[in-house]
Design a protein around this ligand. Structure first.
Ligand SMILES: Nc1nc2c(ncn2[C@@H]2O[C@H](COP(=O)(O)OP(=O)(O)OP(=O)(O)O)[C@@H](O)[C@H]2O)c(=O)[nH]1
Ligand SMILES: [Mg+2]
Length: 425
C-alpha cells in the first residue's frame, strides 16, 4: 500500500519559556506519539531530535543552526523526509526545505496524510480533502517545491487517486464544491437522525484515543442483537486511525431495550483544527448521543495523556458534560484482571476476552434509565391517540380505568415528560 518506506527524521521543540507549559515528559510523549503517526503514514523513523528553546523561531522553527545540524543528519542517515512536531507556517516550511533539500512535513500534514490514506466512504474522502485544502491555502508559497522535486510519497496524497491542487483559484473553487457536496450528506444525516429520534432509540457513542479499542468494543456490543451478523462488524485493527467513518449499529440491553452504538474516528493530540472542523458533521452524532463511552487503552504507557487528549477534543465538540462512562480497556494485557475494581461510571474490561462486558451493558442500562421519569397520567377517554402512542412506545407499569379517564403509570423519557405534563396527576 505504501510502496517503499520513506526514512524520516523527527524534529520536536521543547519550549522552555514559563508561559508555555511544556514539561520534559510532555515532549517525550509527544515525540513518541509523532513516531507512531509517522509509522502509520508509512515512514521509517531514523532519528528523533529535540531542541530546547524558549519559544519557536519565526523563520526556522527550531532555529537555523539546528536545521543545519539536521541537514547533516539527513545526509548521514539518507533520510528523505523531516517531520516537525508542531504546525508550521508556509514560510517556515519553505525556509527549512531550502536548507535541508528534503521534503518537510509538520504534524498536521502528517495526520492529514494518514487520514487521506484511510478514508473509505465518499463523505470521509470529501472531509479529508476539505481539511487538506484548507491547510494548503495559506501555505501555497511554502509547500510544493520539495514535494514536486522528490515526487509523491507521504504528505502528497489525496483521498482516492486525485492529485491535490496547488493553485489558489482552483482550491477555492474545489472547497466550495466539496462544501456543497458535504451539505447534501449532512441533510441526509439530519433526516436519518430525526427518524431515529422519533423511534426514541437511545444512542451510545464510543469515543477515545486512536487504537483504544472502540471498534472492537462495538463489534462485541452488537452481538447482543438478534439481527447481528458478521457483516455488521466494523474494521478493528492494530493501526492508528483504522476507523474514519462514523458507523451506527444496533445492540440490545438485558432489559430488552434496543440502543444504537456509534463508532467514531479516534483522537490524537493536536488533532488539526481543520480536520475537526471537516469532521464535525460526522462527529455530530456524538452530540446527539444519550451516553458517551470514553474508551481508554489502559495497557498503553501513555494512557493518561491519551485520556486528557480525548477530554480536550470532547470539550472542543462541547459534549464534555454529557452522561459518560469511562472504560479502561485491554486489561487482559495487564495480567491481573481481577485486581481492578469497577467504580461508579468507571469500568475495567477487555473487549478482547469479554471480561466485564456484562457489567458494561448493565452500566449503560443504568445510565439510560437516568433519563426516564416515573409518572402517573390520567388520560381522558376521548384522547385515545395519546393512549395509543404511549402504549406503542413504553412498557406500561400499571393501567386502570377510572371515571375521568384511564390512569397509567410508566417511565417517560425526557421529551415525553415535557410533552405530556398536562396529563400528570
Ligand atoms: N489485548 C487486547 N487487545 C484489544 C482489546 N481491544 C482492542 N484490542 C486490539 O487493539 C487494536 C485496536 O482496536 P480497534 O478496535 O481497531 O481500536 P479503535 O479505537 O477503533 O482504533 P481507531 O479506529 O484506529 O481509532 C486491535 O488490534 C484490537 O484487536 C482488548 O481488550 N485486549
Ligand atoms: Mg476504530
Amino acid at each position: 500500500m505504501y510502496g517503499k518506506l520513506e526514512k524520516a527524521i523527527l524534529v520536536g521543540l521543547h519550549k522552555t519559556s514559563k508561559q508555555i507549559r511544556n514539561t520534559e515528559t510532555d515532549i517525550q510523549e509527544s515525540m513518541k506519539e509523532l513516531s507512531g503517526l509517522a509509522e502509520a503514514a508509512g515512514a521509517k523513523v531514523a532519528a528523533i531530535i529535540i531542541q530546547n528553546r524558549l519559544s519557536r523561531d519565526a523563520a526556522y522553527y527550531t532555529g537555523k543552526g539546528k536545521v543545519e545540524e539536521v541537514r547533516e543528519l539527513c545526509l548521514q542517515l539518507d533520510a528523505s523526509l523531516v517531520i516537525c512536531n508542531d504546525e508550521l507556517s508556509g514560510t517556515q516550511i519553505r525556509n527549512i526545505e531550502e536548507i535541508l533539500e528534503v521534503k518537510v512535513l509538520d504534524r498536521t500534514s502528517l495526520i492529514l496524510d494518514i487520514f487521506a490514506q484511510r478514508a473509505l466512504s465518499k463523505e470521509g474522502k470529501l472531509q479529508v480533502e476539505l481539511a487538506q485544502l484548507r491547510y494548503r491555502l495559506p501555505r501555497l508559497q511554502g509547500i510544493g517545491k520539495e514535494m514536486s522535486r522528490t515526487g509523491g510519497g507521504i504528505g502528497t496524497r489525496g483521498p482516492g487517486e486525485q492529485k491535490l491542487e496547488t493553485d489558489r483559484r482552483h482550491i477555492l473553487g474545489r472547497i466550495t464544491d466539496i462544501k456543497r457536496e458535504l451539505e447534501e450528506f449532512k441533510k441526509n444525516r439530519t433526516v436519518q437522525r430525526m427518524q431515529r429520534q422519533k423511534s426514541q432509540i437511545p444512542i451510545v457513542a464510543l469515543v477515545g484515543y486512536t487504537n483504544a479499542g472502540k471498534s472492537t468494543l462495538l463489534n462485541e456490543l452488537i452481538k447482543t442483537h438478534k439481527d447481528y451478523s458478521q457483516e455488521k462488524e466494523v474494521i478493528a485493527k492494530d493501526m492508528l486511525f483504522a476507523s474514519l467513518d462514523v458507523t451506527l449499529r444496533k445492540a440490545v440491553l438485558s432489559n430488552k431495550r434496543e440502543f444504537l452504538v456509534v463508532d467514531t474516528v479516534g483522537f490524537v493530540s493536536d488533532l488539526p483544527h481543520d480536520l475537526i472542523e471537516a469532521f464535525k458533521a460526522t462527529l455530530e452524532e456524538v452530540k446527539f448521543a444519550d451516553v458517551i463511552i470514553h474508551v481508554i487503552d489502559i495497557s498503553n504507557d501513555n494512557y493518561e495523556m491519551q485520556m486528557k487528549t480525548t477530554m480536550q477534543v470532547l470539550k472542543e465538540l462541547k459534549v464534555e458534560n454529557k452522561p459518560m462512562l469511562t472504560v479502561y480497556n485491554k486489561i487482559d494485557l495487564l495480567g491481573k484482571e481481577n485486581d481492578y475494581k469497577n467504580k461508579e461510571d468507571c469500568l475495567y474490561l477487555s473487549a478482547h476476552t469479554r471480561v466485564n462486558m456484562a457489567q458494561l451493558l448493565k452500566a449503560i442500562e443504568e445510565k439510560l434509565v437516568d433519563h426516564r421519569f416515573e409518572v402517573t397520567l390520567s388520560i381522558p377517554f376521548h384522547h385515545g391517540n395519546v393512549l395509543y402512542d404511549l402504549k406503542n412506545k413504553y412498557v406500561i407499569d400499571r393501567m386502570e380505568y377510572k371515571e375521568e379517564g384511564i390512569e397509567l403509570a410508566l417511565q417517560l423519557d425526557e421529551r415525553d415528560y415535557k410533552k405530556y405534563q398536562n396529563y400528570f396527576i
